[in-house]
Design a protein around this ligand. Structure first.
Ligand SMILES: Nc1ncnc2c1ncn2[C@@H]1O[C@H](COP(=O)(O)OP(=O)(O)O)[C@@H](O)[C@H]1O
Ligand SMILES: O=C(O)[C@H]1O[C@H](OP(=O)(O)O)[C@H](O)[C@@H](O)[C@@H]1O
Ligand SMILES: [Mg+2]
Length: 358
């Protein structure tokens, strides 16, 4: 989404739900993900004399009511906010353009951001900020037609890698493309093309879904680091389980096309059960596990949307089942809401950059 008032450029990027196959995207796997219209980040770029990155009044920790307030906020939100993400994407964008002989004009700008994506809840709040910022840079430097849509998720990921955040491509692909996307990150594609195979799917294939989340920020990099290390060390259990998770997205693609929601129910549950075996309950966190389990106690299918903090739910019993679950979530202190799927926002210029139009 773009707003251009005078010289101001503003872009939104939506939260995303890793629907099937996550987190195998971090491991040359496959996923199906979609953008969630319930939450978004927006970034504003205004031309200015100096290049300025504006700290967010509440998400960047620079001003406090008191010393104890400083400590409380550090304990709940960690040390970092969005400023480092904006700085990192500026660097990655600059270097990519330089390496690819894309000339950038001399003008400077002021970048600021806002977000209503619940912080660090596995809804990809981090990459939403980076994705919206990249979109602003593409327009400010008028290079949207020169940077392929397929390449953009990797630039967004590189900005986070630059900061040492362990993450995968699926969030960024979903946020760049928008809508529902099937993604294949096989080693072969990644090595030959530098990106995966991304196939947009009809959002109408999804059944009504619900979201459960809790104010319980968890650092996705920390959650991922042990499993990632085991995978790098060639751990057979992690390798074979990750392949099973990737297969869930492959099977899920057909299941969605056929609207076979009974099978979808089992795929969603199977996806979380494999994650639980690989990561272990300590890494996933008791509260996150309880969000999955409360849904299952009411006969729904449930799994993490990302690395933890939010859960996507399918209620085979329809609205009456969802209402019972909503009451249970409210009593447990969790937020429960219907999922609004956000369609793709790519424009003609973006589509024109794609090597293969799926
Ligand atoms: N809502 C937010 N506001 C500001 N910065 C954020 C926000 N969410 C994430 N970040 C930044 O991104 C980093 C990585 O967040 P991450 O654990 O990936 O969260 P998410 O699951 O929302 O993507 C954080 O350490 C922080 O620097
Ligand atoms: O573990 C996952 O499912 C995802 O974790 C990260 O996303 P986040 O929203 O930060 O939890 C990671 O970036 C994704 O690639 C994983 O699939
Ligand atoms: Mg993230």
């Amino acid at each position: 989404m773009t707003t251009q008032k005078m010289d101001t450029i503003e872009h939104k990027a939506y939260a995303r739900i890793g629907f099937l196959g996550n987190p195998s995207d971090v491991y040359y796997g496959r996923t199906i993900s979609f953008t969630l219209g319930n939450f978004w980040a927006s970034v504003k770029l205004v031309p200015s004399k100096d290049l300025v990155i504006v700290p967010h009044p509440t998400n960047d920790l620079v001003q406090f009511q008191s010393l104890s307030n400083l400590v409380d906020r550090l304990e709940s939100d960690g040390y970092y906010g969005g400023v480092r993400l904006l700085v990192a994407i500026c660097k990655i964008f600059h270097n990519y353009c330089k390496e690819n002989n894309i000339n950038l004009h001399e003008g400077n700008f002021t970048l600021s951001y806002d977000t209503n994506i619940p912080r660090q809840t596995g809804l990809s709040g981090s990459s939403a900020i980076v994705c919206a910022a990249l979109s602003c840079l593409l327009d400010f430097y008028k290079v949207r037609h020169l940077i392929k849509v397929e390449v953009r998720p990797q630039l967004i990921l590189n900005a986070e890698k630059e900061l040492g955040i362990v993450a995968g491509l699926q969030d960024r692909v979903a946020q760049v493309y928008g809508g529902l996307v099937y993604m294949d990150f096989s080693k072969k594609h990644m090595e030959e093309l530098g990106y995966g195979i991304y196939e947009p799917m009809d959002i109408g294939l999804l059944p009504p879904l619900y979201l459960i989340y809790a104010e319980n920020p968890s650092d996705s990099g920390k959650v991922h680091s042990t499993v990632r290390q085991r995978w790098l060390n060639g751990d057979e259990f992690i390798k074979s389980s990750m392949e099973e998770v990737a297969n869930i997205a492959l099977v899920g693609k057909t299941v969605l096309v056929e609207k076979d929601y009974d099978k979808l129910f089992h795929l969603m549950n199977g996806n979380f059960d494999l994650r639980r075996k690989m990561f272990g309950d300590d890494a996933l966190g008791a509260l996150n596990i309880e969000m999955v389990e409360v849904a299952r106690r009411y006969g729904a299918a449930s799994k993490f949307t990302g690395s933890g903090g939010a859960v996507v739910v399918y209620c085979p019993g329809g609205q009456s089942q969802a209402r019972l679950l909503e009451d249970a979530c409210t009593s447990a202190g969790f937020t429960f809401q219907p999922v609004k799927v956000m369609p793709s926002l790519l424009n003609e210029i973006d589509n024109g950059t794609m090597s293969s139009k799926a």
